[in-house]
Design a protein around this ligand. Structure first.
Ligand SMILES: Nc1ncnc2c1ncn2[C@@H]1O[C@H](COP(=O)(O)OP(=O)(O)OP(=O)(O)O)[C@@H](O)[C@H]1O
Ligand SMILES: [Mg+2]
Length: 402
């Protein structure tokens, strides 16, 4: 396999280029306080990956803020900075993946028209009701599996799963209706919830095939900002289903590769912003188990992960301990410094917290790489493409982005 080295910035003092090795699969953890440059840095890594791995890796950004579609445009706002660093500004081919019907999700045809005008390709993602286990259906509605309602829902979904066929929300409704053991009150309450689920437009009898969703010639942006951010909820459910399908598919494709056969899904880079929403510490989430499995078992099938968060202390430590690259921007909260400090490696001459204290400005970060056993203070390079994060901080509604 050809060497892949991502030029993510320059050394703080010597100004030499700094590379992050990305030949094999990696688990990257980006952290820093609000506005320190995490999302921007994640964009830099994605740009580098795309420039070097286009056609050879599926690159997916999980975007809970709805800010990464701006990567289709060149970074005009910082054009001088880009030029002074010796680069050219450029937009990237972006495929925006929307769970459900895009027009309903954005609720505004003008927004969709603007996205398309900016060169963004908009695709819808639909999943099958059978993609969720009986437990996941109960969790999605936050119903205990031991409550009367949970028991009825679990039973209905389980009966449908036994047939080993795709099914719809209507099929679940019909199954509940048929259930002679369930109480009428439970049936009615479930009917209400499932009717709402039907309206989301996310479930379809024919789920979207992975090959039709994720493109090798685009940066794929999964826009989760269009879904409610419940603690367990919809966003986690969609990410769980997507990650699980990619994991299964990659494991299968890996087997083909070992026999020298062609592959439809080469290695995958999954970059998750605001990752504490998905892999929280101290509580469950619909996608947590899958993402921890992704980092633990992903090396062999070529699955890489990048997670970014403001709060290292709010991320599950099991996931953190698997990360082999840390990019730490300025952090000031004691809890977060402590969570990060626990990741200090044996090859460091000091503890992480004393390194982090030396960081001052936006875009400055500490790069800790287990593969090269190095700790480097870096300036992250300017972005080639437009960064959407700043606008969203200044304006309040997503529609005002356009
Ligand atoms: N390496 C950099 N070079 C130039 N400007 C940068 C760099 N990193 C960050 N910035 C600037 O800082 C702003 C904030 O960065 P960013 O949106 O990445 O912060 P964040 O850490 O993700 O914040 P939040 O916690 O609110 O998500 C950006 O809009 C950008 O203008
Ligand atoms: Mg951010």
């Amino acid at each position: 396999m050809a060497e892949v080295n991502l030029r993510i910035g320059t050394e703080y003092e010597a100004n030499d280029p700094v590379y992050m090795k990305a030949t094999g699969s990696r688990a990257v953890f980006i952290c820093g306080k609000r506005g320190s440059g995490k999302s921007y840095t994640m964009g830099v890594i994605v740009e580098e990956l795309f420039n070097q791995e286009q056609g050879k890796a599926t690159i997916i950004i999980v975007d809970p803020m709805g800010i990464y579609h701006t990567m289709s445009l060149p970074n005009e706002a910082q054009a001088d900075q880009v030029r002074n660093a010796g680069f050219l500004t450029s937009g990237f081919p972006i495929r925006l993946i929307v769970p459900g019907e895009p027009l309903i999700r954005y609720g505004d045809a003008a927004v969709l028209a603007k996205l398309r005008e900016n060169g963004v390709e908009v695709t819808q993602l639909q999943i099958n009701a059978a993609d969720l286990s009986s437990e996941a259906w109960c969790e999605l509605f936050d119903i205990g599996i031991n409550e009367a309602m949970g028991i009825a829902l679990w039973r209905a979904v389980d009966t449908l799963h036994e047939k080993d066929q795709p099914f719809t929300v209507d099929d679940i409704l019909a199954e509940i209706e048929r259930d002679t053991r369930a109480k009428d009150t439970s049936k009615e309450a479930l009917e209400n919830r499932l009717t709402v689920a039907n309206r989301w437009g996310i479930f379809a009898r024919e789920p979207t095939a992975l090959n039709n969703v994720f493109s090798l010639s685009h940066v794929n942006v999964l826009d989760l900002s269009v879904l409610d951010a419940g603690t367990k909820g919809l966003r986690n459910m969609v990410l769980d289903v997507v990650a699980r399908r990619l994991f299964t598919e990659r494991t299968r494709e890996r087997r083909r590769e070992e026999f020298g056969l062609s592959t439809k899904l080469p290695r995958v880079w999954l970059a998750i912003d605001e990752a504490h929403q998905f892999v929280p510490k101290g509580r469950t989430s619909l996608c947590k188990g899958m993402l921890i499995r992704w980092v633990k078992e992903g090396r062999q099938p070529g699955l890489s992960l990048i997670v970014a968060t403001q709060q290292p202390a709010a991320i599950d430590p099991e996931l953190l301990s698997q990360c082999d690259v840390i990019i730490a921007h300025k952090i000031t909260t004691w809890d977060d410094i402590y969570a990060l400090d626990r990741l200090s490696a044996t090859y460091m001459t000091g503890d992480l917290k004393s390194y982090i204290r030396s960081l001052n400005r936006r875009g400055e970060a500490l790069l800790v790489d287990d593969e090269t056993e190095s700790v480097t203070t870096i300036r992250v390079r300017p972005r080639f493409s437009s960064h959407g994060g700043a606008e969203i901080q200044e304006k309040t509604t997503r529609k005002s982005l356009f």
